[in-house]
Each structure stands twice: as C-alpha cells, then as structure tokens.
Design a protein around this ligand. Structure first.
Ligand SMILES: [Ca+2]
Length: 381
C-alpha cells in the first residue's frame, strides 16, 4: 500500500471513530482517559447500622439524618445514633421491591417544612399496590399535615419496579420516578398509563402548566418523560439544575440518562440489553424519536442511588456523578463533560449492596448498604 493511501485510510479511520464515539453512548471502563479519581484513597466508616434496606436518606437543618427503611420505618439519626422512629409514616405494602422508598426535603425546607416521600401504596383500585408520593411536615418526631400528591393506578400484585426516587430541579419543580411494574409491553410507551415514567409536579402536587403532555389528549398531565424501565437513581446537577436518572435495564442494559421534557427513553423498543434468561426481546439499540443513554453498563451493575459531588473533601471527584451498584458491591464515579460521559471509575470495591449514595450537608459522602447500614466515606490524607 502506498503512503498516501495509507495516511488517507488512517484519517478515514480516525474520522469514523470520532463519528462512532459521537453517536454511541460512551461505555469507557476504568482505564480510559485522564484519571484523577484513582489518586484519592477513601475508606468507609460505619456511621449507622440499625437499618436493613436503607432506601432513602436526607438531612434536617440541624444535621440529623432521616433514613427510610424499605420495611416501612422512618428513622431519625443524630451523629450516627438513633434518636427516634418517626411516627405517622404512610402505610406501605412492604413486599418484594415495594415498601417505604425515597425521601427528600423541599429545597426551601427551612421556610416551609415540607418533606416528600415515595412508597408502595395499596390505596385505590385493584389488588396489590402502586407507587405514591406524599408530603408531610415533621413535628415532635411525627409526620403531620400529610397529603398524598400522586398515586399511580391501577394497583398490581406484581412486586417489581416501583422505582422510586425523588428530586427537585433548579427551578423548584418536583420529579419522581415510577418503574414499569413488570408490565413492559403495556405501560412505558403508553402516555395514558402510569408506570415506566418520570413525573413532574409543582411542590404542592398540582401540574405545571408547561408540562410536555398537558395538551395531548388522553396523556397523563404529570408525565415528564417516558420509556423508562426502573429508575432507582435520580439527582439534580448542581450547576445546571437539570435532572439526571439511571435505570435498571435488562441484562446488559442499565442506563444513565439526561432527562428532558417529553422525551422517550425507548424502553422496551430499544435497549442494549437482553432478557435475564438470555433470550432477546429487541434487536434495536436505536430508533428515531428515542433517546440514547449517556452511558450503559454491560454487564448490568443494578444501579441504585445517584448524586453529584461538589465537596472539596474529595479532590478529583468534584463535578462527577456517583452511582451505587447493588450487584457488584461498589460505587462508580462517572466523569461528565456537559451532558456526555467521559469515563467511569470503580471505587469502594466490596463495600456491599449499595442501595443509595448521597453527599451530606457536612460535605461527606454517605453510602447506604443493604444489611449493613450507612457508611461515611472518609478520604485518607
Ligand atoms: Ca433507554
């Protein structure tokens, strides 16, 4: 081959690689790119152990932590010690993946006192349960002034894929996720049905007038995005104020998505995964009108919990997303460039089944692990 042809071919190869990189979600693993994450050594310190499935955690202005145990308990913890089990918690169907789920404070909690909770509720039509979101205030370690803001219908006796996570965006809108309830062929692509959606409400439960489907006949007004499988991680980017979410995919298809109004995230029409029994359900990984994930995990990590690091206690981690893995017992640090994923790094290997991860108001990252409790992640100096 002559030199000119050779160099033309290599330019073409590079060009094709760039195009491929631009179109496909980035799946870079632990060894790609400039990596500042590995430099930092961290170790987990057990902070609180009195919880079995620690789904949600948030903080009161005095620094006390509120922790939901999926079994139906809401715990108040001060300096790693149980202060109280909060009363007035909604009744939940604590079965399979259901129970007391996420908890989040209103961004203006100090002035209005509202706390938001998602859970599996048996209220309404049909056997079983479906995901609900409520708000309440805390008074003498009791929830008072409780209001149910949204309840997915109908109930189903299927035990899987309730979601659920809660987040407020930079403009104060309330988002929560509901999974496909094990009914992928019916719910996620049908805008008139609950399930497989991310919802957006005003903080009082009313529907914002600019929600994407308010003018569409038959569509549920509260829906913000659809085509989701089971989002159990959702968080607001600290700089943009926009929502990111990850979701449990099928085998080899867990996804991290940038959530935008009215967008279809494809489940189950497009996916990078296959059925857990090894059979295939779609041969499409992309389709016009459907969003690509920003990254996907193959093999599936079973992601749970998502936050962004802003703390200066973790040099090199700032601005990055942190994702828990239920399946592989570690944390993944995801480096972003705008809305694109640059690389992923595994940290805290063997910490246990990570149910949730959040940066606390004290700047420390807290990792909630099934069967173990809450760990405080301490950087080694
Ligand atoms: Ca998708």
């Amino acid at each position: 081959m002559n030199k000119k042809l050779q160099s033309a071919l290599s330019i073409l190869t590079i060009a094709l690689l760039i195009i491929a990189c631009a179109e496909k979600p980035n799946t870079n693993g632990t060894d790609e790119g400039e990596n500042t994450v590995e430099v930092l050594k961290v170790s987990p310190e057990l902070y609180f152990s009195g919880v079995s499935i620690p789904w949600g955690m948030t903080w009161l202005p005095d620094g006390d932590m509120l922790i939901t145990d999926r079994s139906g308990k809401l715990l108040r913890v001060k300096n790693g010690n149980l202060v109280a089990e909060i009363s007035g918690v909604p009744e939940v169907l604590a079965r399979s993946q259901g129970g007391l789920l996420d908890i989040e404070m209103h961004p203006d909690y100090e002035s209005n006192g509202w706390i938001y909770i998602t859970y599996s509720s048996t209220e309404g039509e049909g056997d079983g349960a479906n995901t609900a979101i409520m708000r309440a205030k805390l008074e003498n370690n009791a929830l008072v002034e409780s209001e149910v803001l949204y309840k997915a219908t109908p109930n189903t006796s299927r035990g899987q894929h309730y979601g659920s996570r809660i987040a407020f965006d930079g403009d104060g809108y309330l988002y929560f996720s509901i999974g496909d309830r094990g009914n992928r062929d019916v719910l996620p692509q049908d805008l008139s049905k609950d399930g497989g959606k991310i919802y957006r409400l005003n903080d009082d439960g009313s529907v914002p007038s600019d929600n994407p489907f308010v003018t569409e006949d038959g569509a549920i007004d509260a829906v913000f995005s659809y085509g989701h499988r089971n989002p159990q991680g959702m968080s607001t980017h600290p700089e943009t104020g926009r929502i990111w979410a990850h979701e449990h995919g099928p085998r080899g298809g867990d996804e991290l998505n940038y959530i935008e109004a009215g967008k279809n995230y494809g489940w189950p029409v497009i996916s990078y995964g296959i059925n857990y029994n090894g059979t295939s359900f779609t041969d499409m990984t992309e389709k016009e009108g459907m969003e690509q994930p920003k990254t996907y995990w193959d093999p599936s990590i079973a992601p749970s919990g998502l936050d962004f690091v802003t703390s200066d206690l973790y040099p090199g981690w700032q601005g990055k997303a942190i994702v828990g893995s239920l399946k592989f017992n570690y944390l993944v640090i995801v480096e972003l460039d705008g809305t694109e994923v640059k690389n992923r790094t595994i940290v805290l290997e063997d910490i246990g089944r990570v149910r949730n991860v959040k940066q606390g108001p004290d700047g420390y990252i807290y990792v909630a692990v099934d069967g173990a409790g809450i760990y405080k992640i301490v950087p080694e100096s």
